[in-house]
Design a binder for this molecule. Sequence first.
Ligand SMILES: [Zn+2]
Ligand SMILES: [Zn+2]
Length: 649
Amino acid sequence: MSESDSQQRIAVVLPDGSELEVDAGATVEDCAYEIGPGLGSDTAAGKLDGELVAKEEPVYDGAELEIVTDGSEEYLRVMRHSASHCLAQAVERLYDDEEVKLAIGPPTDEGFYYDFDNLEIDEDDLAELEREIEEIVAEDYEIEREDVSIVEAEQRLADEPYKLELLEELADEGDTVSFYKQGEWEDLCAGPHVDSTGEIGVVKLLEIAGAYWRGDEENEMQTRIYGTAFEDESNLEEFIERKEEAEKRDHRRIGSEMNLFSIQDVTGPGLPLYHPAGKTVLKELEDFVEDLNGDAGYDYVETPHVFKTDLWHRSGHYENYADDMFIFDVGDDEFGLKPMNCPGHAAIFQDQSWSYRDLPIRYAENGKVYRKEQRGELSGLSRVWAFTIDDGHLFIRPDQIRSEVEEIMDMITEVLETFDLDYEMALATRPEKSVGSDEIWDRAEDQLEEVLEARAHEYEIEEGDGAFYGPKIDFAFEDAIGRSWDGPTVQLDFNMPERFDLDYVGKDNDHHQPVMIHRALYGSYERFFMMLIEHFEGRFPLWLAPEQVRVLPISDDNLGYAHRVANEFEEFRVEVDQRDSTLERKIRAAHDDRVPYQIIVGDNEEDDGNISVRDRFEDQEYDVEIDEFREHLEAERAEKRSEPDFLQG
Ligand SMILES: [Zn+2]
Ligand SMILES: [Zn+2]
């Protein structure tokens, strides 16, 4: 038999669903050449089952393969990874490379970074580094991959303690590791990379930050340099514009300007404190879902912040989640801050016996939960240790899935539409590893699909993407500047009812297991609040605004009238600007404080018993009747309109 006959054949699945048969051991690049010589020579990298890999990587049987060329979306990621190498090369050229130690330098969604130890640098030095990177790009060094033995790699990395630590782990996976070399510089790296530094378009260094080695605060703090790269100058400019827009909307800055919340060293990291203005907004958000929950037949329950860990053993969270929990001993017992509200609600349901006629049971709670994220990852309200979920858990019969999910979807879409957020929906179905019978999964998935079909809104099916304990519907929405956010979810659960022995007595007098649904309309208040601050740039709709109306007396002579007018609006959050200041300044201040409406009163208004109204678009109307404006405000607040519209026609 010839060698090729004995060669084992394997098959990969291409994006169009067709299969490509190749010899075992074939690389991504081999496959591309198999498809066509043009594609072969254009190949920059590959995606194997969704993971970006070097073109030298061997494929495996059954893998979904996508070839990445310079026309692919992922190409930018490949290029940015190469840009991070140029950054490290530039650092080693300009700084003492005996002193500076290299850590990691991956691409990110927005660009790339590289971490260095023992690097003394500040923002002023970035321009010089950028020039050196430009130099490296202009040199157009070939980027060569080399596979070397572990022993050889150890020798090459003898002066790089962090790389040696990474190498130690790689040594468990195989006999060789790959290096990527460009000019005089090389790095231990799995790739992929572009073919030469000249293929990198424009590189921009963005900022310097501290980062713990491996994200662990027990480790030393290193210097992280962030940057990004684009094909050309115009794409970079567009990115910088978007970034500036995002910074203008940064919830941390607006949060402090508007005195909404603070996170302080003395009270602890990731533990937000809501000030009166922030709590006012939160309270409105809470009331909004409380109304929706009330209409949909939810009962509010309340559970403590701490439970014995027995509960988490029972729910299964302990096995999978203990590392992310705050756990402590009290006497002989172990306790933990709750990372989720569901087990508490399951325990409430379990404490009673139920008949099929009692279901559905719907519990709601604004439940505070605690999750121990890595300190280095904490950021404003987006990553926190303590947050509140507008949580809801339903215990239902399998035949009620459709109607209950329909109701939840109505509630979610009402919330999203109220804030003018465009959204997408996706159904995530049964993964390979799952609990629950085929029958219950099929029945549940069918009902979820029916719900989605019945809505006049597109959705996607994410095959096999469901949790092991049940299918779910995910929402994602887009904010005012086109950023996409993970939104609410409707998650079915066949596992927790089993673990908690939940049951109800059916028509047949037998015991049956209910289906549990986890749902939240906002998700976490913290993240939703953050998103709203940035979405509205702090210019909240009237119903949410911490201060809804401000009365500005033109002079101190009108102060008495200003207070009388304010009294006419006492059902709103109204303030009188009493400062001894010019009207111009008062208008400026109200604008900066993002108050939706200003009422201006001077001698004319006082004589006529009316008011002037000014909105945050700088439009002003004179001779407005107090009653007319109050009625307008009532309607605008009740309808939760997104923008003040008294003067907008
Ligand atoms: Zn690399
Ligand atoms: Zn839950």
